[in-house]
Design a protein around this ligand. Structure first.
Ligand SMILES: *Cc1c(COP(=O)(O)O)cnc(C)c1O
Length: 451
């Protein structure tokens, strides 16, 4: 009998499909957070059974090298022994008390040591709550109501912060959300990122409580500030009597020991933190000067509360995560990221559609943007400087590329409006396999439009 040459083995997803059918009846869209549904890349979600280091194992037994890492918190990868031990020890002492614990004080002190802008902080269970509290505090401190945010920035899903938001909202192509009162939306002035003229105009025309920004925006893909823009942000906010609120939910303790503020040399009046500080459990925080933070109840009159805020398990996971994040860890994460970003660039150049004699001329037209611990592959010929640029990317080609990666055992964020999250658990061998898969996936794509 002749053996046919078999095509590369395709992963099977029978159990995920069956769970998805059930989930669609039990959960809206089958998920508890929209981007997980993978609709932007036109495929069904993959149900996860477990994580090991930088890898995921799904319910059908397929393995993936994971670049979502829970959307940022898992800087040490999945099920890290040190983090698990801390969580298990905390759980054995009781999961929640609704009374203060020593570890909360330790975590607040550790964060204050790393981030000069944070003298005191208040913990919450999600970044959404922390951003919402930061805005309330800024309004109380300034006696003003309007705020500026940037198109494509994401600050959680509270009413006032959804206008032209990035992340899942951008992934679904929604400008805002039904259910947000027009009166609330009117308090948010949305301007383009990296547009000094729009920033100057907004701060001249409006009585602002806050200018709110991701210092290293990563929810429209990664779109760093142009030279001088962060300095202008601080200068303009203060010139008009507003507070500068920097949302470091992604960048905090990911890009440097002191977050993007350290990496980029800018200091906020209020800082929003999350993701890494919970080490994979629900924890976030808003921090700032003692003077501002003492406005919060019960020290002051601005109300804010939470049944599970400062939860002992989350605090233990956060402390254990930060304990492992010394200067050498950040140097290693930067090296891992550079290897990945460089490899992806090289893969696009090597396997570009329509490659001629000159490999560069045939390079697949992508922009690989990186910062320590963050990477985005924009399917664009031009540099991406704004949300409008990000939306002009070839989203279909990006989606097809993501599907090809998944078929080859690499799990990318399934949206152009997100960043890859390489972790300290990603090994050289896994990075090499990723780059090979990326090259093969580029080679599968049709000729780019206008090639
Ligand atoms: C994820 C994110 C949030 C929201 O945090 P949740 O914990 O999902 O509510 C806020 N800001 C930024 C920059 C984020 O990336």
């Amino acid at each position: 009998m002749l053996l046919a040459v078999s095509p590369p083995e395709q992963p099977q997803h029978a159990r995920s499909s069956e769970l998805y059918r059930r989930a669609l009846r039990a959960l809206p869209g089958g998920v508890n957070s929209p981007v997980r549904a993978m609709r932007a890349i036109a495929r069904e979600p993959i149900f996860i059974a477990r994580g090991e280091g930088a890898e995921l194992v799904d319910v059908d037994g397929n393995r993936f090298i994971d670049y979502v890492c829970s959307w940022g918190p898992l800087i040490h990868g999945h099920a890290h022994a040190h983090v698990l031990a801390a969580v298990a020890a905390a759980a054995a002492r009781g999961t929640s008390f609704g009374a203060p614990t020593a570890a909360e004080v330790e975590l607040a002190e550790e964060i204050a040591r790393r981030m000069p802008a944070v003298e005191m902080l208040r913990m919450t269970s999600s970044g959404t709550e922390a951003a919402m509290t930061a805005v309330r505090l800024a309004r109380a401190a300034t006696g003003r109501e309007q705020i500026v945010k940037f198109a494509g920035a994401y600050h959680g899903h509270s009413d006032g912060l959804l206008a032209q938001a990035g992340s899942g909202l951008a992934t679904q192509g929604l400008p805002s959300s039904p259910g947000v009162p027009a009166s609330v939306a009117a308090e948010t002035i949305v301007i383009p990122w990296n547009d000094p003229g729009a920033l100057v105009a907004a701060t001249e025309q409006h009585e602002l409580a806050a200018v709110l920004a991701e210092p290293l925006p990563a929810n429209m893909g990664l779109v760093p500030a142009q030279e001088g823009f962060l300095e202008l942000l601080r200068e303009r906010a203060h010139a008009c009597g507003a507070l500068l609120v920097l949302d470091e939910v992604i960048s905090g303790f990911r890009v440097a020991r002191g977050g993007a503020q350290q990496l980029l040399g800018v200091q906020a009046d209020l800082v929003v933190l999350g993701k890494v500080i919970g080490g994979g459990l629900p924890a976030a925080a808003v921090g700032g000067s003692a003077e501002l933070m003492r406005m919060l109840a019960p020290a002051g009159e601005v109300y804010q509360a939470g049944t599970l805020s400062g939860n002992p398990l989350a605090v233990a996971a956060g402390l254990a995560t930060l304990e492992l994040l010394d200067d050498s860890a950040y140097a290693r994460l930067a090296a891992i990221t550079e290897r990945l970003a460089g490899g992806l660039r090289e893969a696009a150049a090597r396997t570009g559609a329509g490659a001629g004699a000159d490999a560069r001329a045939g390079a697949y037209p992508v922009q690989v943007v990186s910062a320590p611990g963050l990477v985005t592959v924009f399917f664009s010929r031009r540099e991406v400087r704004s949300f409008a640029d990000a939306r002009a990317c070839d989203l279909d080609a990006h989606a097809a590329w993501c599907r090809e990666l998944l078929a080859r055992g690499v799990y990318p964020p399934p949206s152009q409006f997100e960043a890859w999250f390489p972790s300290l658990a990603h090994t050289d061998e896994q990075l090499e396999r990723t780059i090979e898969a990326a090259a093969a996936a580029f080679a599968c794509l049709a000729e780019p439009a206008g090639a």
